[in-house]
Design a protein around this ligand. Structure first.
Ligand code: C2E
Ligand code: MG
Ligand code: MG
Ligand code: MG
Length: 289
């Protein structure tokens, strides 16, 4: 059976494809329900500054608290959310939750923290990203300088002129921009010079084999050096071992994020970490330094 798609495009459906489609429809309708019932929650993964050894910010990572399937990670629903356009509602929810949360922590005396939120490529080209960001800042009372936008190379490569213009506006508002998963796409650092970026996040694929694989160590070292020469801050993702941490400290990476420090955790656990950090800073022993 061929289905007319409009124009002269035809697509042939096989029985396997049909069942996949039914599954997708189920997921799509439960995704719509999830938005209605507000089942999305934000987990936080700390970013540690290697200069101070302290948690100075965190990345907001969405989870779906599904009524029967439990806690679902983004890989289970973000692709479908992107396909169906539901991603923009999810992005707004994550932005609202994360900015409010970080402002609350600040009001509770836990520090002036920065939060990074993942923005999908479509959102960048939809035209309302600036308004959405402005709204989140306005509603939460968070300062623009405390919000970082994480984008992947995909966002830059389609319609780069549009991307550059949106980036300029984001920075004019006082927010910063991080390029996520760097090294997995096709862009080179020389191409990146065209984009106003503040931060480069080295993909965990390169960090993983530091120490075991000399090439990956060399790649990470080169990325850090070049990013610094271009005036960018570097975050290493997927820091899983003391060995990774030691290498990155030695190579003057700026921030680290990974299971070695903490997995992404619910807000209450993130808050407990911040309180523990606060306690060590306030103690007489720490003050003596
Ligand atoms: P990402 O932005 O690159 O986020 C980092 C991912 O690496 C997270 O997976 C995190 O849990 C995982 N990770 C962190 N440290 C380690 C480590 O030491 N080892 C390993 N193996 N993994 C580590 P997560 O939370 O499953 O998110 C996956 C991706 O989903 C994210 O990649 C991001 O692209 C996307 N995503 C997450 N939250 C959102 C969101 O709110 N909106 C959108 N559009 N995408 C999101
Ligand atoms: Mg990210
Ligand atoms: Mg990443
Ligand atoms: Mg990723």
């Amino acid at each position: 059976q061929a289905k007319r798609l409009g124009g002269n495009q035809w697509r042939v459906y096989t029985p396997e494809m049909r069942s996949a489609t039914v599954e997708q429809l189920n997921l799509e309708s439960s995704l719509r329900k999830a938005i209605f019932r507000d089942e999305f929650i934000v987990h936080y993964q700390p970013k540690v500054s290697l200069a101070s050894g302290r948690i100075t910010g965190m990345e907001a990572l969405v989870r779906w608290q599904h009524p029967t399937m439990g806690l679902l990670h983004p890989s289970r629903f973000i692709p479908l959310a992107e396909e169906t356009g539901l991603i923009s509602v999810i992005t707004e929810r994550v932005l609202a939750q994360a900015t409010r949360q970080v402002r609350q922590w600040q009001d509770a005396g836990l520090g002036r923290l920065r939060v990074a939120v993942n923005i999908p490529p479509q959102q960048l080209h939809k035209g309302d990203l600036i308004d959405v960001l402005q709204q989140a800042l306005h509603d939460s009372g968070l300062a623009a300088s405390q919000l970082e936008v994480e984008l992947t190379e995909t966002s830059l490569m389609e319609e780069p002129e549009v991307a550059i213009e949106v980036f300029r506006q984001i920075r004019a508002m006082g927010m910063t921009i991080a390029l996520d998963d760097f090294g997995t796409g096709y862009s080179s650092l020389s191409q990146l010079r065209r984009f106003p970026l503040d931060t480069l996040k080295i993909d965990q694929a390169f960090v993983r084999d530091i120490g075991h694989c000399t090439e990956d160590g060399a790649i990470v070292r080169a990325i850090i050096t070049m990013a610094h020469q271009l005036g960018m801050t570097v975050v290493a993702e997927g820091v899983e071992t003391a060995e990774h941490l030691e290498f990155l400290t030695h190579e003057r990476c700026d921030y680290v994020q990974g299971y070695h420090i903490s997995r992404p955790v619910p807000a209450e656990q993130m808050e407990a970490m911040l309180r523990a950090q606060q306690a060590t800073m306030a103690s007489p022993a720490a003050k003596a330094h």
